[in-house]
Design a binder for this molecule. Sequence first.
Ligand code: SF4
Length: 377
Amino acid sequence: MADNKKVRHVLGISGGKDSAALAIYMKNNYPELDIEYYTADTGKELEETYQLIRNLEAYLGKKIIKLKAFDDSVETPFDHKMKTLGGFLPSTKNRWCTKTLKLDVFEEFVGNDQVISYVGIRGDEDREGYISDKSTIQSIYPFRQNIWSVDLVHKILNNAKINDRLAWAEENIESDKLLRYLEVLGRPIDSVLLTEKEKLNQLINLGIEEYNKLALHVANIEKYPIGNMQGEFPLVENKDILILEDIFALLENSGVGVPAYYKDIEFEVDGEKATYNRSRSGCYFCFFQQKIEWVWLLEQHPKLFAEAMEYERGDFSWSQEESLEQLSQPERVLEIKREYIKRQKRLQNQKKFKSSKLMDILMDNPEEEIGCASCFI
Ligand code: SF4
């Protein structure tokens, strides 16, 4: 059994739509949880992000705690760290920014406390969030049917623990489901015959309430923070699955609003009209941006684009293939826009996307690098 320590509930606001919607959802549905909302500021976010945070504070009736690396520096956290690295820009291969400016400050904020961290990965996404190395931090995903993190799932379905899981089922599962439950739980995971994902889905299909109780049982044995809540964790009753449309509805209906950078802006190329926006929160110069987002920055925030250009020196550029100076040439801008329109049409023709937001279409494409959960959720 876990020892009975106080558990902290935390929720990181990245400045993106999903974490903002999660804060609204948690306030609306679980007001009994005393959640600490925080944001880790690199000092390089868009003004739209800071506005979203102010809107959220008004809705939540609570301050969002601003965490800052190098709090005593006169420079922004990003610039301070970059100088110590001799001007070395972060990239998809070396993401020192996420580690130093987001993850490390978060881990310092929670210290060694027992923590449940709520993360806004949606029910229509197929990805996992950041899992801390610290056993005192547990991630929970309220928008998904499976609210538990992948590390706990591995433990629930561990072949070596099958006998314990069967004994638990004998005591806790109603007789009408017991036989089938024992059958599913008793089959070992095998890379060919029964994958972990398949076994998980079979269990969930037998009933989410039972699966959540089993997860709680294992979390308790394995001394996860949730074990300290003495069975009082209200999300075990949760059956909601929230997808993209639900996120927009939560933001609009609450009055918090969709982050302004996300709104469609019309442009025209060769007589053809299209829209662009920015798909995500995070630093205005983030290297995860797609070409069309750089064009958006160039045209909608020319001052910030110029500042992003200032960082590029010698071998250091935000994108491997071209410098921002090259990207900002009028012919190159037109080329990027044309390519973007072509791709938009191709993907929309596949008719598998419900969202009309172009950036959601692009981000739903497995070819796309969607970046880190810490910055963009
Ligand atoms: S938004 Fe991009 S540049 Fe900023 S910290 Fe995150 S990964 Fe790094």
